[in-house]
Design a protein around this ligand. Structure first.
Ligand SMILES: [Zn+2]
Length: 236
């Protein structure tokens, strides 16, 4: 029997995956942290709500209990009361995208945004039980990373799927390749064109959990998509 993860284990796991310059915003707390050094965070923003102020104290205790430190001297208090939920969401997305542009290669500091991101390799890292901020346990959550390679020093950098999408953009999420097959997600008009053009549309598929050709496990974001498939020519 595996023990479920404690909040400390969970925090440690999240922190270990952050790269320098990464933004960390624990869900629903109104706090924004950036990793600024080995085992060191900086609090950049706190929302001006009692919930956020209390969470700031709790998070500091949690983070310090796993051996990290937080620099709170530069923290801005942000007024969010006058923003609609949509405006808040837009603001958060902009901050995340800005932060992603600054993430450096851990070895040579080349920005990750200049890596050949479309060549990222989706990698299944096993399953893990997770504890939500409310203390609920979610069993067997699949862990995935996208490994990108530095064009300068060849370091392989694993990134969180969410971070990868921020870096590479939505278009990169529409294409997925196994060793043998390239899948491209289709929009509704594209599906209609394909079906009208050729009866049965033999190059169109709906994906499930596994590649229908070779049985490879597919990453969650492509499951349930309608795709066009093409065989990948073997390179001599
Ligand atoms: Zn590098």
């Amino acid at each position: 029997m595996e023990e479920p993860m404690t909040p400390e284990d969970n925090a440690r796991m999240i922190l270990e995956k952050l790269h320098e310059g990464s933004l960390w915003e624990p869900a629903g707390l109104g706090l924004s942290y950036v990793k600024v050094g080995p085992k060191k965070l900086m609090l950049t923003q706190q929302q001006n709500s009692p919930l956020s102020a209390q969470a700031r104290i709790r998070m500091q205790m949690l983070v310090e209990s796993v051996g990290w430190t937080i620099d709170e001297t530069e923290a801005q208090i942000v007024d969010v009361e006058n923003l609609s939920p949509q405006e808040r969401h837009m603001q958060e997305m902009m901050m995340r995208q800005e932060a992603a542009q600054r993430w450096p290669c851990p070895e040579c500091k080349t920005p990750l945004s200049t890596f050949p991101l479309e060549e990222g390799v989706w990698t299944f890292d096993g399953q893990q039980d997770l504890v939500t901020p409310d203390g609920d346990i979610v069993k067997d959550v699949e862990q995935w990373s996208v490994v990108i390679t530095c064009p300068v020093c060849d370091t392989k950098v694993p990134t969180e799927p969410y971070d990868y999408a921020l870096l590479a953009g939505e278009d990169a999420m529409m294409i997925y390749s196994t060793d043998q097959v390239k899948y491209t997600a289709l929009s509704r008009p594209e599906i209609i064109d394909k079906i009208d053009a050729k009866k049965g549309a033999p190059d169109v598929l709906i994906l499930g959990t596994f590649c229908p050709f070779k049985g490879d496990l597919l990453p969650p974001h492509v499951r349930g998509s309608v795709v066009m498939w093409e065989a990948i020519e073997e390179e001599e």
